[in-house]
Design a protein around this ligand. Sequence first.
Ligand SMILES: C[S@@+](CC[C@H](N)C(=O)[O-])C[C@H]1O[C@@H](n2cnc3c(N)ncnc32)[C@H](O)[C@@H]1O
Length: 482
Amino acid sequence: MDFFSEKEFLEFIYQKTGIHLQNHQLSTFREQVLIACKKFSYPSATAYLAALQTENNPEESDFLISAITVGETYFFRYPEQIDFLTQSWLVKQLEYKKNTFNKSLCIWSTGCSTGEEIYSLAILLDQHIPNIEHWSIKLFGTDINKFALEQASKGHYEARALRNVPDAIKEHYFDELNNQYRLKPFILKRVNFSCFNLNSPTLPLFYNKAISLDLIICNNVFIYFNEAIIKKIMLNFGRLLNTNGCLLLAPADITLAHKLAGGLSLKRHKMLSYFQSLIPEKNNLSLKTSAKIETLIPLPKNIKVSRPQKLESINKTINTFISEIKAAQKKGNCQLVLKLANEALSIYPKQVDFWQYKAQVLAHLGKIIEALQASTEAVKQESLSAYPFYFHAMLQLDNNNLSIALQFFRKALFLNWYFPECHFHLAQLLVRTNDKEKALKHFESALEMAKKYDSEKSLENEPEITYAKFIDILEYEILTIN
Ligand SMILES: C[S@@+](CC[C@H](N)C(=O)[O-])C[C@H]1O[C@@H](n2cnc3c(N)ncnc32)[C@H](O)[C@@H]1O
């Protein structure tokens, strides 16, 4: 390869992947290009490069990427990170999620290579979350190297990859076969892998589902990049993390990223440095005032309560039930909320609030079908309030009933046009059904409305997202819709 075509080649790699090859990597790179030319029958490096530039040759491109990336990784690689995750991060998350009545966690391992890092996380969560089956846990692993991802999806590992894994974990989570370790299916199926280039102008797919992340791990990836790219990626990480979210980087990456932190602040746990989203005072994890809890556990809005007309004492009893349910919510006692809602409904079967509480707690417990039944009742009782329709649409969405969800989002907006979250979710649904023109209108309406709120406040129905972040998400959606 002559000097000029090599320069052009390196520039192409940099533009595509953000990877800046160092001098000491060049001889291996030249060898790999020669191998590729032979393998794909190109007469020269220039011809191979021309084929790559057409973007029409995925095999050639995947070969190059796997040749220039190093996927060294193993289970439980950084004991300080494990200590932080189990002793600090997870403890706070569990407490916070319990208080906010939101049993979900969402984690992204980016540059995950063959998957050991994200599976280590899946194992840790399995060990430390009681009744994990009642939680909605989303674990994503992404990498630019498709061969590494294929390996990751299989979950088969050599003993070397398990050098830091205690025997008890090996026994519980792996099957051993001819000195090869295979992850058991129940852990394997908790992780989703997909190809994602950190240097691409888009954000990963799950961003479009407005999932905000509780944790991002990006170990040993920044070593490939220069400052401009690291800065861009850090900004995106800040955008994706929820208000209490953390970013973990390997020690070498921290050195590269600490001055480029964007919206994240550098923190310490013992000897470990990590990044955390800047938390508005009001969203502090340990904050548990009743006022806060009320906004964290969204109550049905705009409800026209059909109160019994004669007896003052019956009114009181409704209020008593409501206070008791709120107190149980505050303690995160789902079973008690359910019991009280059922008791209340046996006396006041037409009270929409109680159907709504019941639907919410059932959804929270992962009992979607029963939640749908309760929320159908709520909708029946309260035909003039938007919230039950919105809530019902969200449940239908969870259950993948897109056309019913669409219908209920529309009904909710018919009853209350001024409902930014509803516009947002409807717009996302319209994107999924390829109606981009209408989607754009709803994103724009949501944006216009969101701008009128205090930017540090949390959304009424999505307590982990501030209006500032919501605006950011909406602007991004509008920019990238086409
Ligand atoms: C050394 S491995 C790190 C594996 C794991 N995170 C760990 O530390 O144990 C680095 C990974 O970053 C991936 N990578 C490099 N450039 C990337 C890019 N632009 N987008 C996504 N992944 C990239 C490589 O394919 C490789 O699998």
